[in-house]
Design a protein around this ligand. Structure first.
Ligand code: AMP
Ligand code: MG
Length: 363
């Protein structure tokens, strides 16, 4: 994109027709559209794209989002709900190729995370009250309910995905794709825009952002929200194709007896994770950044460097309950202080080298 603008201006100067050519080479006004998908507003902005082309591309993305919303929703009628019913009844179920591919991707990511990212824990998420558009009010589930969920031991590796036919060896599996659906959706939307000839755009889905190209003469620059107060922790200038996702305990949660119960469930305890306020992950894939941000919240302060290395992400920012900022060297290189510096001292944490990458059992 930069090259095209530079070439245009160069031509104008050489021909001495700057006034006339400026009309041709001036950037088109930025086009913005907002979509609603999976309970989140997604804003897409294109840069320097003729309006008709941008609107046409957005329409394709909108149709794709509507389909994802129908097929991937964990608690509304649609393909995923039907699949969950079939799993509970011990039956196999045929899904469309897009959902089969997403489930394959989720299964592979789950293995890489030691199944801390586990989209099979939908039953646990529901029991804690998070299968609703508004955060739960009331009490945590009874101990007996939690114990039963834990005993069911649902995990993504219980799934067998043969082409588009999905079955589970464990009826306790209930799929909830919420931990990576947003990232995967932005990957697909970015691919739709690329297919429509759009080279420069930003896709922003509250907690997740992905970019194509740049914003003209400068990169797309985004802020990481401060989870403790209204403000930002830092800014990041995204390189073409990058995705930055943040997960945390401040988005969807309820407080009871001085304890915060968030929507991120630790599959090892069937309870909301504790100790971490937010994790941000920067990578070249929306699905990977999103899944890893959730997995590292669950992994917690001790284990996250190993899980990050296993999942193949290098740029991570973790903020713990007491406000400590733990940052990998790759993320440190990218964080830009905003207005007066970072909100807390930063500890740089190296990721372990030569970790063994877990291999998924066949299925
Ligand atoms: P995120 O905001 O990306 O961290 O995703 C959180 C959502 O993922 C929750 O609202 C649940 O729908 C789902 N979820 C919760 N815990 C897990 C987990 N351990 N692994 C996978 N998905 C989860
Ligand atoms: Mg996530």
């Amino acid at each position: 994109m930069r090259r095209r603008v530079a070439l245009g201006l160069g031509l104008a100067a050489a021909l001495g027709l700057a006034g006339g050519l400026r009309l041709l080479t001036a950037p088109a006004p930025d086009i913005r559209e907002t979509f609603y998908v999976f309970g989140t507003l997604v804003e897409i902005e294109t840069h320097d794209v003729p309006e008709a082309q941008a609107r046409d591309a957005m329409a394709r993305v909108g149709a794709h989002f509507r389909q994802m919303h129908r097929d991937w929703h964990a608690w509304a009628p649609g393909a995923l709900e039907s699949l969950n019913e079939a799993i509970a009844a011990g039956q196999s179920f045929d899904v469309d190729p897009g959902l089969a591919q997403l489930l394959q991707q989720g299964r592979a990511l789950a293995c890489r995370s030691d199944v801390l990212f586990d989209p099979a824990v939908g039953g646990m998420v529901e029991a804690w009250g998070f299968h609703a558009d508004t955060p739960p009010e009331g009490d945590p589930p009874a101990e007996a309910v939690v114990a039963k969920l834990l005993a069911g031991h649902p995990k993504m590796t219980d799934l067998t995905i043969a082409g588009t036919t999905v079955r589970s060896s464990n009826p306790a599996v209930q799929l909830d794709l919420g931990a990576y659906a947003k990232g995967a959706a932005l990957d697909l939307a970015a691919a739709d825009l690329t297919a429509a000839g759009i080279t420069d755009a930003v896709l922003n889905a509250g907690g997740g952002v992905q970019v194509l190209g740049d914003a003209g003469s400068r990169p797309w620059r985004v802020a990481i929200r401060d989870p403790f107060e209204w403000g930002v922790v830092a800014a990041v200038s995204l390189r073409p194709g990058e995705a930055l996702h943040t997960s945390g305990n401040y988005e969807r949660y309820f407080d009871k007896g001085g304890i915060r119960f968030s929507h991120i469930i630790d599959p090892r305890t069937a309870r909301p994770m504790q100790g971490i306020v937010s994790v941000s992950v920067l990578s070249d894939s929306g699905a990977l950044s999103d899944a890893a941000a959730t997995a590292l919240c669950v992994a917690g302060e001790q284990d996250w460097p190993r899980i990050a290395a296993q999942m193949g992400v290098t740029a991570v920012l973790m903020i713990t309950d007491d406000g400590t900022m733990l940052v990998t060297p790759a993320m440190m290189d990218r964080l830009e202080p905003v207005a007066g510096g970072f909100p807390a001292p930063i500890t740089v944490v190296d990721l372990p080298k030569d970790v063994a990458i877990p291999v998924c059992p066949a299925g």
